[in-house]
Design a protein around this ligand. Sequence first.
Ligand code: HEC
Ligand code: HEC
Length: 286
Amino acid sequence: MKSKPLNMMTALAAGLAMSAGAVAADPDATLVINGEIPIVTRTEAPAHLEGALDEIRSGWTFRTKETQALQMDDFENPGMGPAEEAMTVWETADGTEGKSCADCHGAVEDGMKGVRAVYPKWVESAGEVRSIEQMINECRTTRMGAEEWQYIGSEMVNMTALISSVSRGMPMNVAIDGPAAETWAKGKEIYYTRFGQLDLSCANCHEENFDNYIRADHLSMGMTNGFPTYRLKNTKLNAVHDRFKGCIRDTRGVPFGVGSPEFVALELYVASRGNGLSVEGPSVRN
Ligand code: HEC
Ligand code: HEC
């Protein structure tokens, strides 16, 4: 074991015993989607993680063989059905302007290629760092005259799955400098802040204890390159802020709101920890 969990006592008290696992997945397995999209699931950590991590690993490398296999073929990937449903939405006019996403952005595989890899990002016209969800809702309200979608609702998550799917295989590459630097620093601070009755930070679990087990869960590095993720546990696509919320709840803490500036900042910081891993979404996880 690399390092002992810092909060072994509180964790134990809460029944969150961490241990080295028994049924670890093959860490050297490689992921190629549909036999044609090679995915980088392990690579050198970005420079800003010096002293924290040498290598970064996608959550895929921590899952069982069976779960891993579901992501190798789009016909097996239960996250692809919802993404295909969003294709119809992409092409259908909505709102008072009578416009569809396709009217302005063209074919999704052209207009949205590479977008997932660079978000969250500084958006000049908005004067702030924005998530893909925020961009979509702005298009819906100000450009289409349509209703906003719920931030972690199914229309939104299906659409982000579609948008993500056309960037699969491209390296995550969010910018952390320039006008994004301040938001990134805020996200970093949140990442290392301890939450809840268990007094645990994201780093306590995902940086210091990845590869250990917490209850039955094989702890990953908590990367976001696979989002949205289809979870076998709740049998639906899950948005990244939904996952952040769940992780803070697990510490018995009170999460920030989905779509809040805090979660967008955290999303930027966590995405930057995965810079260099391939976009995988929609991925399959436990
Ligand atoms: C009337 C034209 C129009 C429509 C319709 C429209 N968009 Fe947009 N969209 C834009 C423009 C213009 C931008 C660039 C905004 C900016 O950078 O400030 C944009 C930006 C985006 C971005 C960020 C892309 C990037 O490269 O940073 C996403 C994602 C997006 N739109 C998704 C959608 C989706 C999904 C729909 C349909 C629900 C949609 N848009 C409908 C015009 C439109
Ligand atoms: C008590 C330990 C714990 C803490 C603290 C915690 N997580 Fe998690 N997290 C988990 C577990 C368990 C999972 C599911 C297994 C896995 O992927 O690691 C998970 C999964 C994730 C995933 C999904 C990874 C994937 O590949 O799909 C992300 C992203 C994530 N956590 C981010 C965070 C962030 C950000 C924080 C801090 C706000 C945080 N976690 C705090 C335990 C924790």
